[in-house]
Design a protein around this ligand. Structure first.
Ligand code: DOR
Ligand code: ZN
Length: 431
């Protein structure tokens, strides 16, 4: 389990650019350069592979404690490592909710025991995600789990006074409030994106304004109290406009987009296949274009998976009864390659920025999101962008099967992942 093994990665394209060898020793990148040798080191031939810093997810549902039938810290972090991640933020909507130091420490410890990637618990903003009173934010920040990101994800902190108090509170320890922006009254019973298609399909619409109204309010609140806001899973063109405006003011606002909102549209709902039911919903093609452009120009800072495993009893039912959410960890990089790299919108260095450097900075994770230079912690992933594969839900490491990409052909494959110099994945398989 230590970083005792050394590896020489031979001839990788660092960030998709120059070809180089990487010497991994004692948990660190000891050397990056040409013709490296080291007695006793294991050689990994990386001809044609792209080396990136280990991916960091700001938004993962690991479901433990409480819904171990859908996912556990063990299975979810195995999926993460296979997807090229070296750290994930575990969302707080567990059962019990992660709203105390005790629960966040439990999740953090389970992550350490599993050992596939670092698990950074997110703390709930309000007790029980009920939106009524603030949880013990300070106690979670001071706990062994060192919580810095707070979110009621799955629910919106819709009360403006509570949101203001949370933003004020986290300032004391450099925390951030990550908002699931969904005005609850405007989305009662909502099933899919509100538009012509929701009318045709007879499904209750989830209007863009329900997201945009909360984001507009919250960027103003964050500016007013001088605190940090992060916006989860941005899904509409209008949200992008508000974020662009807030950033032009110099306000401390960051945002994420999911892989599925970069690739899939509300047209998928025509199938009535609950695999495509997610919250916020898949949107119109114009929204997808705006999200891609915003990720490319940096208005949206990061890609975050919103990996949301659900047991088959919660998904294999009619659309209206199905739980919202889809798997993301094992397909995220491939979807980003398809939507952003193969379309020429991002190069691999920018993928590293949006999927590792910036999410690590937003989450305040030390040792992650570093450049691949001598002296950095050896958290990295080797990717083969030249292959294509067909997604088989039964081949995934996640305990759940609710991928929207079953049977889809996607580009790219994670070949190896290293966590502090230890291989968690080799030849595309868990070690
Ligand atoms: O689709 C979603 N699923 N959106 C959320 O905000 C929560 C998540 C879940 O926990 O299943
Ligand atoms: Zn959410």
């Amino acid at each position: 389990m230590s970083g005792a093994t050394s590896y020489i990665v031979k001839g990788a394209r660092v960030l998709g650019g120059a070809v180089s060898d990487l010497l991994i020793e004692d948990g660190f990148l000891a050397e990056v350069g040409l013709n490296l040798t080291r007695a006793g080191a294991e050689t990994i031939e990386a001809d044609g592979l792209v080396a990136l810093p280990g991916l960091v997810d700001l938004h993962t549902h690991l479901r433990e404690p409480g819904r171990e039938d859908a996912e556990t810290v063990e299975t979810g972090t195995a999926a993460a490592a296979l997807g090229g991640f070296t750290a994930v933020h575990a969302m707080a909507n567990t059962d019990p909710v992660a709203d105390t130091a005790g629960v966040v420490e439990q999740v953090w410890r389970l992550g350490r025991e599993a050992g596939h990637c670092d698990v950074q618990p997110v703390g709930a903003v309000t007790v029980g995600l009920a939106g009524e009173r603030l949880a013990e934010l300070g106690a979670m920040a001071d706990s062994a789990a060192r919580v810095r990101v707070f979110s009621d994800d799955g629910h919106c902190v819709s009360d403006a006074v509570l949101m203001r108090r949370a933003l004020e509170y986290v300032k004391a320890f450099g925390g951030v409030v990550a908002q699931h922006a969904q005005e609850p009254r405007l989305t009662e019973g909502a099933q899919m994106n509100e538009g012509e298609l929701s009318g045709v399909l007879g499904l209750q619409g989830w209007p863009a304004v329900a997201e945009e109204a909360i984001i507009a309010r919250d960027v103003l609140l964050a500016a007013h109290v001088g605190s940090r806001l992060h916006v989860c899973h941005v899904s509409t063109a209008g949200s992008v406009e508000i974020l662009r405006w807030a950033k032009s003011k110099g306000w401390n606002v960051t945002a994420e987009v999911t892989p599925h909102h970069l690739l899939l549209t509300d047209e998928m709902a025509r199938s009535y296949d609950p695999a495509y039911k997610v919250n916020p919903p898949l949107r119109a093609p114009e929204d997808v274009s705006a999200l891609r452009a915003a990720l490319a120009d940096g208005t949206i800072d990061a890609v975050a998976t919103d990996h949301a495993p659900h047991a088959s009893e919660d998904k294999d039912c009619e659309w209206s009864a199905a739980a919202p959410g889809m798997l993301g960890l094992e397909t995220a990089l491939s979807v980003v390659q398809e939507a952003m790299v193969d379309t020429g919108l991002l190069d691999w260095a920018e993928v590293a920025d949006r999927m590792s450097v910036r999410p690590a900075r937003i989450g305040g994770l030390e040792g992650h999101g570093q450049q691949l230079e001598a002296g950095a912690a050896a958290n990295l992933v080797l990717v083969d962008p030249s292959v294509r594969r067909t997604v088989d839900p039964f081949a995934l490491a996640s305990r759940s099967r609710n991928t929207p990409y079953a049977g889809h052909s996607l580009p790219g494959a994670v070949v190896a992942t290293f966590l502090r110099g230890r291989a968690t994945v080799i030849d595309g398989k868990l070690t």
